[in-house]
Design a protein around this ligand. Sequence first.
Ligand code: PHE
Length: 350
Amino acid sequence: MHDLKKYIADLTNSIQKSLDSIDSLTACHTFHTQFLGKKGSIPALNDMLKECTIEIKRKLGPIIQKLRAETEIALNNKIHFWTIKEQDAAVEKNSFFDVTLEKNIVAKGSMHLLSLVTHELEEIFISMGFAVCKGPEVEKSFYNFEALNIPKDHPARDAHDTFWLDGYPDLLLRTHTSNAQIHTMQAQQPPLAIVSTGRVFRNEATDASHDFMFMQIEALLVDKQVSLAHLSYTIQTMLRNFFGNETLTIRMRPGYFPFVEPGLEVDASCPFCTTGCSMCKGTCWIELGGAGLVHPKVLQACSIADTIYNGFALGFGISRLALLKYNIPDVRLLYTPKIPFLSQFNTLNR
Ligand code: PHE
C-alpha cells in the first residue's frame, strides 16, 4: 500500500513535469501514449490496484480516478492551446509578405498594352515639342459638337452615335478626343501645340474591329502660317517612330470633318509588307484616322483671331495603332481581363 501510494505520488510529479514541458501537438500525442493510452502509466495503476486489498482499493481508487481525470483535462487544455498556436503559426508563415523580396512576388503587375502604347505615342509628341493634356470623358454638347462646327441637326452627328446621359440633356460621353482642342484653345492663346489621349465612346455594335469604347490620340497645333506640310511631317514622324520603320510613308485623301478645312483621311503605308498582306487587306495602305487644318469657325469659337492664326489637328485611333503594331486580331481582347493574353506584353514594361 505504501509503495503504491508513493508510486502514485512520483507518477503525479512526473506527469506534471511532462505536462509543463509540452511544446507542440506532437508532444501532446506522446504524452497521451505515455500516461493515458492503453499501455500508459495511469491505466497500469489500475492493474496494480487490482492486486490490492479492498481497503487499499477504496483508498487509492478515487485518487487514481482523480489523477486520471485531472490529467485528461490538463492534456485537453494543452491540445487546445497547441492546435490554435500551430494554426496561427501556419497562417503567419503563409501570410508573411516582404514586398522587398523578389521571390515573394507571385505575379508581377504590368502596364496594360494600351497604356504602354499611349505613353509611347505621347512621348513621341513630347519629343516634337507638344504638351500633354487631358479632356473630360463626360462632356457638354458644346465641346463635343457645337464649338467644333457641328451644330444641332448637322448630319455629321449621325456619324457619332452618341451616348447621352439620362436626366442631363446637355451631357454626353465624348465621341472623340477633339473636345480637348476646344478646352485648350479656350484656356490659352497661340502658339500652342498639345497632344491629348483618352477614351471615347460610340453607341455602336461591337465586332472584331469596333468597340463602343476605344482610345484616340488627338494633336493640335496653332500658330502662324501652319500648312499641310507641317501636318504631314508631324504624322510621318509620329508613325516612323512608333512603328520603328524609317521607310513608312503616309497618304492623305480628302475627307470631311466639320472642324477642319481642308479635311483629310490619313493612311499609312502598311508597316508589315510592300506587296499586300492580310493586315492591309492587300492594299498596302492602312487607315489611321482624320486630320486637317483647323476650321476658322473653331478658332472663332475659342476667341482666337483666325486672320492671324491657323493650325492643324489630327485624331487617330490608339487601339488601331496598337492592333497594328502588335498584330492583335480582335480589338475586344484589349478590353477584357484575359491575363494570358495581356501578360504577353509584360516585357514591354520598362
Ligand atoms: N475627331 C475625328 C474623329 O474622331 C478625327 C479628327 C481629329 C479629324 C482631328 C480631323 C481632325 O473621327
